[in-house]
Design a protein around this ligand. Sequence first.
Ligand SMILES: O=C(CO)COP(=O)(O)O
Length: 260
Amino acid sequence: MTRRPIMAGNWKMNLNHLEAILLVQKLAASLNEQQLTDVEAVVLPAFTSLRSVQTAIDGDKVLIGYGAQDLSPYTGGAYTGDISGAMLAKLGCGYVVIGHSERREYHNEDDALVNAKVKAALANDLTPILCVGEGLEIREAGTHVAHCGSQLDGALDGLKAEQVKNIVIAYEPVWAIGTGKTATPEDAQEVCGSIRERLAEKYGAETADAVRIQYGGSVKAANIAAIMAQPDVDGALIGGASLDAEEFASIVRFREHVQR
Ligand SMILES: O=C(CO)COP(=O)(O)O
């Protein structure tokens, strides 16, 4: 089974819609059709930039995917400030980040809510980029594999194998996010491999083989090739480095890097 690598830029709360258009255009100019066919590149702007990003991508027929950073678990109604999966689907979004550690921490999102959001995304044909990952204390206690496994179980509760097959999972150790402290390629492999094993136990080998698992946390052009060399890492979820067109494009072209 060959899984198509997926590099997704999580722009977080950065860039207004004009800056977002500029970044998409620069990215498109830095990557050719072959590169964008070999590796899937996705941008995840703030809600306010989605319409502009859609227009820029559709207008120039760029092979870059896009999606949102969150969605409501509800279908619609009196939920002030929330955005539904149907609204995102209507904007042509292909992806939505769910359960990012920043939402778990700052918005108290628990596994049950993450599970409801995964279901809301799937109901609207959006591919969830489901984030799991441990904080520093758990890493130091050595229980990170169990912790991520339990977040995974909670997030996928009640789903069938054919639904799980379409989900992208991102392993993002919280201690490596925005800190410059990248997990070693072996650290990334340990948890990404354990996630695939767990998927195989619960949903069968075929499903586990199809799911793409990303690593996230201080990924940059200089470290991506070594991370991608790991057998169970199929891509990356990139924060800071995705705000720089050249750096992100270089991450997408990771296969061209010479490893030292
Ligand atoms: O949280 C992340 C992506 O979702 C990682 O952020 P950084 O790449 O800035 O460490």
